[in-house]
Design a protein around this ligand. Structure first.
Ligand code: AMP
Length: 530
């Protein structure tokens, strides 16, 4: 028998929490309040309050594995819940406040949430679904939350195993009902560790991290835990998510790294363009962008301002970090065009993440063209859903089937070309809608573009592009078609370009293609009759 001689200290929040108090006690956490003032506290204070929250929950009978929901913006108290709920052995379930109240109720009931911690400013939202849920207790931040902490008796916190559940999130459910994903202590600690690595998101004590991505969207991409682990100072936006408010935080708090979906950075770019001299941001400020594809033009535009977009890919099921697009040193002298092309791809897997691309059971060549479904496995990728099991999402050799269509190039960079469900089948051939969108968003007059497939009497489906122009920009349908014709074969070109003011987005910033398709259902293609 071979055996090792190392300690088996479990990878749990207990050790991270202890470190926050003992080693990182002075690290600041700054939160924007509803009245726009800034509130500053420290890791030390948050660690102490998280412990009180855990003790309060234990005292009211919350047991191991019970679910405790939050309905909160990004701020220090939410971080306390991120720590305190799992320290009690319970599972933090972050409810997405952008969902329809009926959907929030469905998710809270599906998770059997026993307690809700809610921001006072979100009570009107809670009241919209209160009669459809059965929380045993609702604790309101800004009302009785402080009293709840103060009343916590001096109970001992439970010893946790690394396989214990820590938190749960629901998938956005673009197809079918949302499904629960339950993260473990071990998966969360390993995810935090690898996220912080220099070739991943690169976070350290020298940073001020600004997670704009909501703490109810895949745990703000795990960033609060990563910051807590490495000791990065945190700035939280609270409920103020308009570009000017975000720029105010970035400037006044000397933010070095921020994170959010592409729409957010589109808004920031416009605010910077409007008043280029107004803002003094940290030179080299990195903005992590994910959740939807980052257009290459956006990366170029920010570079001109001395700001750097870092493109990453992930899913609720993958905790979420699965790919990060950071250029390796061997490409330092590569032509500028190639460097931008690669940065706009979703990137390469960080350590401990393994990917595969499969089409009909085969691996297509890594030629940057031949695509298949992206598969992924890692210690922080879901092995199943909490209920409503769909085993077909996992391959026989233990990968999660992402439903994303992608190809890989000679540099190992993966690029997503579509969701399997959004591929357009025209005359028996596939058209990748995201590739068309990415190209359209490279046109200087285009702010956003989504491409959908609609039923067509001759071709079964044909692409239609929905385009939002940049403010004050002009472009015609013919110009856009000619622009795309330089890059794509003829049958890929959208038959019609529709100009609109906005494109519907999901609660987590993705184009809502189901809504778009419904909007254009029964569309009469020019020159066709039923
Ligand atoms: P969610 O579980 O809500 O985070 O959604 C995950 C899905 O968002 C992925 O399967 C992708 O389709 C999409 N997604 C996430 N990051 C990116 C990205 N960087 N580029 C393109 N799509 C992305």
């Amino acid at each position: 028998m071979f055996s090792h001689t190392m300690m088996e200290l479990p990878l749990t929040l207990t050790t991270l929490h202890r470190r926050m108090g003992e080693v990182l006690g002075h690290v600041e956490v700054v939160s924007r309040r509803p009245d726009k003032s800034f509130h500053t506290t420290t890791f030390g204070a948050i660690a102490a309050r998280a412990e009180k929250l855990a003790r309060g929950l234990l005292a009211m009978g919350i047991a191991r594995g019970d679910r405790v929901a939050t309905l909160m913006w990004n701020h220090a108290e939410h971080l306390e819940a991120y720590l305190g709920i799992p320290l009690a052995g319970a599972v933090i379930h972050t409810l997405n406040l952008r969902l329809h109240p009926d959907d929030i109720a469905y998710i809270a009931n599906d998770a059997a949430d026993r307690v809700l911690i809610v921001d006072a400013v979100l009570l009107p939202l809670y009241e919209k679904f209160a009669d459809k849920v059965r929380f045993e207790r609702v604790i309101v931040v800004g009302r009785d939350y402080e009293a709840f902490l103060d009343a916590a008796p001096p109970l001992a916190l439970p010893a946790l195993a690394e396989s214990d559940p820590l938190g749960m999130c629901y998938t956005s459910g673009t197809t079918g009902r949302p499904k629960g994903v339950v993260y473990s202590h071990r998966s969360t600690l390993l995810h935090s560790l690898v996220s912080a690595l220099p070739d991943s998101l690169r976070l350290s004590r020298s940073d001020t991290l600004f997670p704009v991505v909501p703490m109810f969207h895949v745990n703000a991409w795990g960033l609060p835990y990563t910051a807590a682990l490495v000791g990065a100072r945190l700035a939280f936006p609270g409920p103020h998510l308009d570009p000017v408010s975000l720029l105010e935080v970035m400037e006044s708090q000397h933010v070095t790294i921020a994170a959010g979906v592409p729409t957010l950075w589109l808004g920031i770019r416009e605010a910077l363009d409007k008043e280029p001299a107004r803002w003094k941001l940290h030179p080299g400020l990195t903005m992590i962008v994910g959740g939807a594809a980052a257009p290459e033009r956006l990366i170029r535009d920010f570079d001109r301002q001395g700001l750097s977009l870092l493109h990453a890919w992930g899913m609720t099921e993958t905790s979420p970090i699965g790919l990060v697009s950071r250029l390796p040193p061997e490409l330092d002298d590569a032509p500028e065009a190639l460097r931008y092309q690669l940065r706009a791809k979703q990137g390469v897997p960080p350590p401990l993440v393994e990917i595969a691309i499969r089409k009909d059971g085969e691996t297509p060549p890594a030629d940057g063209r031949s695509s298949g479904e992206l598969l992924v496995r890692a210690p922080w990728v879901a092995a199943r859903y909490s209920s409503n099991n769909t085993p077909d999402r996992w391959s026989d050799d233990g990968y999660f089937r992402t439903g994303d269509v992608a190809h890989r190039d000679a540099h190992g960079f993966v690029q997503l070309t579509d969701r399997t469900a959004d591929l357009i089948k025209s005359g028996g051939e596939w058209i990748a809608s995201q590739e068309l969108e990415n190209a359209l968003m490279g046109h200087p007059a285009v702010r956003e573009a989504a491409v959908i497939g609609l039923a067509h009497p001759k071709w079964s489906e044909r692409p239609l592009a929905v385009v939002v122009k940049k403010p004050d920009a002009e472009v015609t349908e013919a110009e856009l078609r000619a622009y795309l014709a330089e890059k794509f074969i003829k049958f890929w070109l959208p038959d019609v370009f529709v100009f609109t003011d906005t494109i519907p987005r999901t609660s987590t910033g993705k184009f809502q293609k189901t809504t778009l398709r419904a909007q254009f259902a029964g569309y009469q293609w020019p020159g066709t009759t039923d």
